[in-house]
Design a protein around this ligand. Structure first.
Ligand SMILES: [Zn+2]
Length: 77
């Protein structure tokens, strides 16, 4: 299993390239080209068609951490 801890039947994050990293976007709505979405790490992301090279980019660590965190967890800062 490539990503232990993620439940395949319950996708919570879509991954999209931005600035050389792949960022996570909450999967409440399917990202579509032309949309403006907030990534899990707080960046504003314009959804564009990703090139093959984009998918080779490393995953944004902040987004990855956020994606693995329990959604109903108490994350007071
Ligand atoms: Zn990110």
């Amino acid at each position: 299993m490539l990503f232990p801890g993620l439940e395949p039947e319950r996708p919570v994050v879509h991954w999209r390239p931005l600035g050389g990293l792949r960022h996570g976007v909450a999967a409440t709505e399917l990202p579509r080209t032309g949309q403006e979405r907030r990534t899990l790490c707080g960046e504003l992301l314009n959804i564009v068609d990703a090139s093959e090279l984009d998918w080779l980019a490393p995953t944004c660590e902040s987004c990855w951490t956020a994606a693995l965190a329990p959604r109903d967890g108490d994350q007071s800062e």
